[in-house]
Design a protein around this ligand. Structure first.
Ligand SMILES: *Cc1c(COP(=O)(O)O)cnc(C)c1O
Length: 363
């Protein structure tokens, strides 16, 4: 058998160690997972009841078009329903975009390091990835512009950038968009949009009105706390959304996920509380890092990339033995850094206590 030549080099996705694996490997009772930017406060109280109402219809296919959720989001954002595409996580929206647009030999531009799914899906479709190094942990938009050719089809921006947590500001993104040819699609991945404190993030919804070649991706996996249900969405021009819908699987999201997401959107008080607690958690962690003499990138989401000035794989392993799972920068292009999710205050304190011990142990 002969798999597509452009996928033979791809690794099978290797998730971080699960809580259960770490428990049994190190004989631990309690694990603190700060590795996947999940919401430490769970999800809205509305969600459980909403999901249970779907249970009786488990034998029936879901509404493939996610009509009710689409309506809800269109009201919430004041956009038209045909500007929305719902996916099994924003990961699936990334996949559908790649599937709908790329043919072999197309070029696509992205930062490095950034969220790996852009490159992964582009390579599966045979596109050539042009990776532009971050500048001070932030997208180098000017350099990205210089890399555009007549073959460029999609540019991926991640804001806040995973794994560094940095953002580009509104004027910068707007000026970038005015310089990108109108037939190049710009994907703006805002998985952490709801952590925007005081309008520091670009006003992506206003940019949507000005630029037809712009699509915003958001998700219910992060602040909304529905990661396991797999649901996310894109907001863009109706023509772009139509194109993506043409490659969408008929029943790509479950009715459980659709109903949960709808209930979750209706509880903005929960989102506000999580954002507030995240802000306090971020302040706590960065104060601690400062007092420990560690530097970090300015963080705008629910995670921080901190330079621990020691080999990240060793620090990662040391923390793991103490039951704390983070992401080691050695796998993310930052060999002496850790990416840590902002947890609850208790989790943050335990992380800092453990980090202090581990940094003494590691040379
Ligand atoms: C977590 C994350 C996603 C994927 O979210 P899902 O909706 O769970 O697929 C997409 N982009 C970025 C930058 C993320 O951090």
């Amino acid at each position: 058998m002969h798999p597509k030549s452009n996928i033979v080099h791809l690794p099978v996705y290797k998730p971080g160690k699960s809580t259960d694996e770490v428990k049994s490997e190190f004989g631990l009772e309690k694990i603190i997972k700060l590795a996947s930017n999940e919401n430490p406060y769970g999800f809205s109280n509305n969600v459980k009841e909403a999901v249970m109402t779907e249970f009786e219809s488990t034998n029936i296919y879901p509404d493939g078009a996610s009509t009710k959720l689409t309506e809800k989001l269109s009201e919430f954002y004041n956009v038209s329903p045909n500007q929305l595409i719902i996916g099994a996580g924003s990961d699936e929206v990334i996949l559908m975009i790649a599937r709908a647009f790329f043919v072999k030999g197309d070029e696509t531009i992205m930062a490095t390091p950034t969220f790996p799914q852009y490159k992964h899906n582009a390579e599966i479709e045979g596109a050539v990835c042009i990776e532009v190094p971050l500048k001070d942990g932030t997208h180098d938009l000017n350099e990205m512009l210089t890399r555009i050719t007549k073959n460029t089809k999609i540019i991926w921006l991640c804001c806040p950038n995973n794994p560094t947590g940095t953002i580009n500001h509104h004027e910068e993104v707007k000026s970038f968009l005015t310089k990108v040819p109108s037939d190049v699609l710009v994907v703006f991945d805002e998985a952490y949009a709801e952590y925007n404190e005081q309008n520091e993030f670009p006003d992506s919804l206003s940019l949507l009105k000005q630029f037809k070649n712009f699509i915003v991706l958001r998700t219910f996996s992060k602040i909304y706390g529905l990661a396991s249900l797999r649901i996310g969405y894109g907001i863009g021009h109706p023509d772009v959304i139509h194109t993506i819908n043409q490659v969408r699987e008929p029943f790509n999201t479950t009715s459980f996920a659709q109903t949960a997401a709808l209930a979750a959107v209706e509880d903005q008080e929960f989102i506000r509380e999580c954002r507030e607690k995240n802000k306090l958690g971020l302040a706590y962690l960065t104060d601690q890092f400062k007092s420990m003499g560690l530097s970090y990138f300015p963080a705008y989401g629910n995670f921080v990339m901190v330079d621990v000035k020691k080999q990240a794989d060793q620090v990662f392993q040391g923390l793991l033995q103490k039951g704390i799972i983070v992401r080691g920068g050695h796998q993310l292009g930052f060999p002496t850094s850790l990416r840590v999710t902002i947890g609850s205050q208790e989790q943050n304190e335990e992380f800092i206590d453990a980090l202090k011990l581990v940094l003494q142990e590691v040379n």
